[in-house]
Design a protein around this ligand. Sequence first.
Ligand SMILES: Cc1ncc(COP(=O)(O)O)c(C=O)c1O
Length: 437
Amino acid sequence: MIDPKQVHATLSRHQLVDGYPVVLDLEKSHGSWLHDSVSGEEYLDFFTCFASWPVGYNHPATCDRDFLARLQRAALNKPANSDLYTQDMAAFVDAFGSRVTPPEFPHHFWVSGGALAVENTLKVAFDWKAHKVGVDKVNDGNDLVVLHFRQAFHGRSGYTMSLTNTVPDKVALFPKFEWPRVHNPTIEFDLDGGIANDVEAEEARACGEIEAAFERYAGRVAAIIIEPMQGEGGDNHFRPEFLQKLRDYADRHEALLIFDEVQTGFFGSGKAWMWQHHGVAPDLAAFGKKTQVCGLYAGKRVDEVPDNVFVRSSRINSTWGGNLVDMVRCHKFIDIILSENLAENVTARGEELVAGLREIARERGQFSNVRGKGSLVAFTLDTPAVRDGVLSKLMEKRLMALAAGERSIRFRMPLVVTAEEVGTALERIADCVPQAV
Ligand SMILES: Cc1ncc(COP(=O)(O)O)c(C=O)c1O
């Protein structure tokens, strides 16, 4: 084994190493605590691998012998799941399809990586729209476009780079499509949880731009895509009323409504899917991160085209069709999350974190717009420099968090987080944020 102190140096000889200074100890890390093999210190992990590690490290239920045997079996032989089926795959798909996906979505597709999950929702929509318009009328699909939002992050693959527009560096110099991009009417919260900005005016601006786009690209908008809460763009929340408007536009203009739940999905918000808080259902949802294996589910509107991609072979596909180890692990996570009521747990813990942050902000902290649902919590500092300073101090205090947007810090708690750990996090945050004089 490589000496922990040599991990960064060894990697640096062969690749870019711009990640955390710690070395994750896969054996000693436990629950919400990441053990650093270099210093022996424990970090309270409110980063969770970019919101991807749902039930904490080494959850006791993952020591179950039957599970370990299934995991090992899946790890030793890697099937091409798209064409070669196993009992383990069938058990996982059944568990996901019947216990996580809401019943009105009969179609699934599995792939590795969140960007490719999103990419395939777009392909579903392009194929669907081309059939709706008439396949001979869309210039082999080249005329079709996707309506999306400012500050969106949908990944860094071919199609998704034409949508992602958070930090310019992420997409600059790569060829992209010019698809309609519209205003994102985000809510700003006051310290009582009320709406502090004129969000209706923001929504009116967005709707004006959406209507102009539907006019300009008449008959060519295949989909509207949005994150139900923009994560990397700044933990930007939307009103259900606005998402309902998107639903109406999609229905009226024969476009599919896609929710990118890669960051928000799989119980992170306290419900299986964040859109369930808003009560507005999409036609397609992309998932990844916490689900381990990534993919999409689709509703019945797709079936308006009889020859759609879920019927016709090879329209969407990949060799591995996701990864069987990820499927077996995800299956276990579903069992753990549902049997231990972790969605309820993280709902309560999220409320405590939001309430505690608002109290600090009210009494002595200099930050604003505390917001969050379940494990997904954020607040905003005055400038990017102040934000970056707070993030480094949090790391010194052994609390791992993430930047979001230009001036925000986001927390991504594990679903197993305890009230005591939220209390510890709040103490550490209070020591790091700028104090009112
Ligand atoms: C909302 C959203 N969509 C898509 C992606 C891309 O996922 P991946 O990095 O697994 O390709 C991310 C990743 O952060 C995301 O947050």
